[in-house]
Design a protein around this ligand. Structure first.
Ligand SMILES: Cc1cc2nc3c(=O)[nH]c(=O)nc-3n(C[C@H](O)[C@H](O)[C@H](O)COP(=O)(O)OP(=O)(O)OC[C@H]3O[C@@H](n4cnc5c(N)ncnc54)[C@H](O)[C@@H]3O)c2cc1C
Length: 361
């Protein structure tokens, strides 16, 4: 289902139902995006032709030159909010294009079938971390966040509130903005600190409702909703893989997410169920359980799904994002060159940082 400017309609393919004129403009915009993004290499975006100009404006002002329809802008805004947890006016056009290129384009990043949203892990994405941690055994220390990294001539001390762990090198894989909250002795370079100051985390609240029956399936709907009106920008069917627990999941993202938790729970529930009733009827109000997670309130994430850049950083201090500082190397999905912002990017960046250290051992 698609909800734009107060109107709800249904669609079957990847591009939502629109007038012929809007469809032509949408296809034109997607083709143009593809042509331009292919010139922005995620390994060196600052050297691309026209990089300075693209990094000198926001995605919103840049897009206004080739997308005129308010309806298309609204649909694109939903995709941008969902992918970045940010508004088009907050992001550098160059950063957006680099990000798109790293993940195969706007549709690849936002679609379910054939796109980044297609698969789920059973019993959940954390199963990967748990399995890796099991292999590593006692080497994994939980509940001891690193407060300070102290570089010595022959090693690095990772200092937490209760213990200090010594190593020859350190790889920091937390989001840049959190890396900037760690104390470094000696200080990291000005360029490195500047880039971490600018990498604002996206804002997103995940909302899950469980039901006795998957009434939307019975009515012939997939459960997918794309809404410019909100509060849920996207909704998916999140029924358990064995079909036993029907559920819908939705995301409040971007500006709306920043204000979300300040509202009383009863208001939040009323707004969420109000939206779901518009799409799937009165039954959507009769949920079994209602759960929310505001990722901005998570102290070790401070936002989700990724840190994004405003104008003027990619062409300036971005080179410091992957550049080692003495014995400290940097990973994390924001520093990836493939699938930035996704788990795949986190793995790619981790392998790159591990290679850097291995070459020094
Ligand atoms: C709601 C949501 C949905 C998402 N959906 C998808 C999806 O469908 N597909 C996909 O590929 N990606 C998805 N992502 C993005 C994906 O989760 C990230 O790309 C990925 O987790 C990034 O991995 P990372 O290792 O770079 O950073 P993180 O996963 O943020 O890992 C950093 C770790 O460091 C820890 N940490 C923080 N500070 C410190 C400190 N000072 N000392 C020690 N440890 C610290 C944190 O607790 C955390 O465990 C989603 C993210 C969210 C929030």
């Amino acid at each position: 289902m698609l909800e734009v400017e107060g109107k709800v309609s249904t669609y079957k393919r990847s591009i939502p139902s629109m007038s012929v004129a809007n469809l032509i403009q949408m296809q034109g915009a997607l083709s143009y995006l593809k042509r331009v993004r292919k010139k922005i290499s995620p390994t060196g975006p600052m050297t691309a032709e026209g990089a300075e100009a693209l990094d000198g404006e926001t995605l919103e002002t840049w897009r206004a030159r080739f997308v005129k329809s308010s309806r298309i802008n609204a649909v694109m805004d939903v995709a941008i909010r969902t992918i970045f947890g940010a508004e088009a006016r907050e992001l550098s056009a160059l950063y957006f294009l680099m990000y798109l290129n790293a993940g195969g384009g706007l549709l690849s990043l936002s679609e379910a079938r054939g796109g980044a949203q297609q698969d789920r892990f059973v019993p959940g994405a954390q199963a990967i971390s748990l399995a890796l941690a099991k292999e590593l055994g006692d080497a994994v220390k939980l509940g001891v966040p690193v407060r300070k990294l102290l570089q010595r001539a022959d090693g690095v001390d990772a200092v937490s509130d209760t213990q200090t762990i010594e190593g020859r090198y350190a790889i920091v894989t937390v989001p840049p903005v959190l890396a900037g909250r760690i104390e470094y002795e000696p200080s990291v370079s000005v360029g490195r600190d500047q880039v971490t100051q600018r990498f604002a985390m996206g804002a997103a609240v995940k909302v899950l409702l469980t039901y006795e029956r998957a009434f939307w399936r019975e009515a012939g709907f997939s459960g997918e909703v794309v809404s410019s009106d909100g509060p849920l920008s996207v909704v998916y069917d999140n029924t358990s893989h064995d079909g036993r627990q029907p559920a819908l999941i939705g995301f409040v993202v971007g500006s709306q997410a920043r204000q979300w938790s300040a509202q009383p729970l009863s208001d939040r529930q009323r707004r969420v169920t109000g939206a779901l009733k518009r799409y799937f009827g009165e039954e959507a109000g009769a949920f079994q359980e209602y759960r929310e997670l505001d990722w901005g309130a998570e102290p070790w994430s401070r936002g989700c799904p990724v840190g994004g850049l405003p104008p003027g950083v990619l062409t300036n201090s971005f080179a410091h994002l992957r550049k080692p500082e003495g014995r400290i190397h940097w990973g994390g999905t924001e520093s990836a060159t493939e699938w930035i912002g996704y788990m795949e990017g986190a793995i790619q960046s981790g392998e790159r940082a591990a290679d850097e250290v291995l070459r020094r051992l």
